[in-house]
Design a protein around this ligand. Structure first.
Ligand SMILES: [Zn+2]
Length: 92
């Protein structure tokens, strides 16, 4: 408990949130991962904004401009949203 922000074996980083959030919202994440994610988000304002934006799905790119999200995380989110859209082909 000495180094704040240093990811250990039982913590996850913001960039991993981007990868996990889709499964989290689908309810397909294993319980322990879900708890890690929730624990992280509780103490991480950018990730809260991240999740709200992800959930919103409507004009996420526009909304992101008003939210203080680290540039790297923002790029990540946009990439995830893009992939999600691409993989959701109706009737496929
Ligand atoms: Zn975070």
């Amino acid at each position: 408990m000495s180094e704040c922000g240093a990811p250990g074996p039982s913590t996850i980083e913001c960039r991993q949130i981007a990868d996990l959030l889709g499964d989290y919202l689908d309810g397909t994440l294993p319980k322990h991962i879900r708890e890690l994610l929730e624990w992280h988000i509780e103490g991480c304002a950018p990730c809260v904004a991240f999740m709200n934006t992800y959930r919103g799905t409507v004009s996420a790119a526009t909304k992101l401009k008003d939210v203080e999200i680290p540039a790297e995380l923002k790029q990540r989110l946009l990439a995830v949203l893009r992939n999600q859209r691409a993989s959701r082909r109706p009737g496929a």
